[in-house]
Design a protein around this ligand. Sequence first.
Ligand SMILES: NC(=O)c1ccc[n+]([C@@H]2O[C@H](COP(=O)([O-])OP(=O)(O)OC[C@H]3O[C@@H](n4cnc5c(N)ncnc54)[C@H](OP(=O)(O)O)[C@@H]3O)[C@@H](O)[C@H]2O)c1
Length: 275
Amino acid sequence: MEKIALVTGASSGIGWSTAEYLVGKGIKTVAAARRIEKMEQLKEYGIYTVKLDVTDTRSIDRCLDEIRQNVGEVDILINNAGVELLGPFELLPMEEGRRLLDVNLFGVLEMTRRCLPHMREQRWGRVLNVTSIGGVGSMPYNTWYHLSKHAVEGYTRSLRQEMNPFGVGVATVRPGSINTAIWEMEEPRRWNSDYQEAADKVVRYSKDQNVELGKDPVLVAKAVFKAITDKQTKLSYSAPLHARVVLFLSKYLLTESFANRMVCSAVGVPFKPKN
Ligand SMILES: NC(=O)c1ccc[n+]([C@@H]2O[C@H](COP(=O)([O-])OP(=O)(O)OC[C@H]3O[C@@H](n4cnc5c(N)ncnc54)[C@H](OP(=O)(O)O)[C@@H]3O)[C@@H](O)[C@H]2O)c1
């Protein structure tokens, strides 16, 4: 495939696996992240690596100029860079929430705006936004993350309609539980007594669930490849299998109240259906 794919957040986890997988499939691939030194090994696979901070518009412009000069125009953008933030919404400083949105939401928007002109003009392109099953459902003490992923899901739906006449496919890729560095969190933080126990449980659950039971990121890379190669891009792609099951249940079978009880009891957080 004579197309150029740019994967953001490729210094680790899903981004790394995706870059490695796509180049293995013959797609010219560019890997971008802040820690360019962590991507040395990707160069050995024939991947072009570039420094990128998606929260900094100058960094984005420099990154895309460098790609233009050394590789070519981006035909396929994989907005994968992302961060997590757990804690009680009431007590998390707004500044921390804004920082998350700068990466998970505004970073996606800035990158996409700059890559669309070439895709629109050539009447072909792909914008693939890595959201999460958490872009459809939710878990307590993870409000900022869900806010960002739900926002990207909504934005994808609208942009998809807008870009359709120009042959640009826009879709989300929704991973389930994947074992990556995103779960290497700091030690539990101090909150107040109303929140402490539940917040600690969520942190512990997130780590245990995703590290011990989390799947190989290459499964998400395969879903990305499918989204690139499908003749007609679907609205969303999910991986691995448990993600597809959860999404199916939440779409067709689970009531909101049942889903709340299920999630909260899995995490070990109280939920009173009558409240
Ligand atoms: N792991 C899961 O279970 C899971 C589940 C659902 C969805 N996801 C989503 O999958 C995506 C990838 O996550 P992951 O699990 O692979 O996590 P990860 O291993 O921690 O990788 C996150 C990547 O994002 C990059 N990044 C963070 N801030 C950035 C910034 N300001 N500018 C550019 N790059 C930045 C990091 O690179 P640098 O620090 O070098 O910049 C890193 O390469 C995220 O969007 C995440 O929300 C993950």
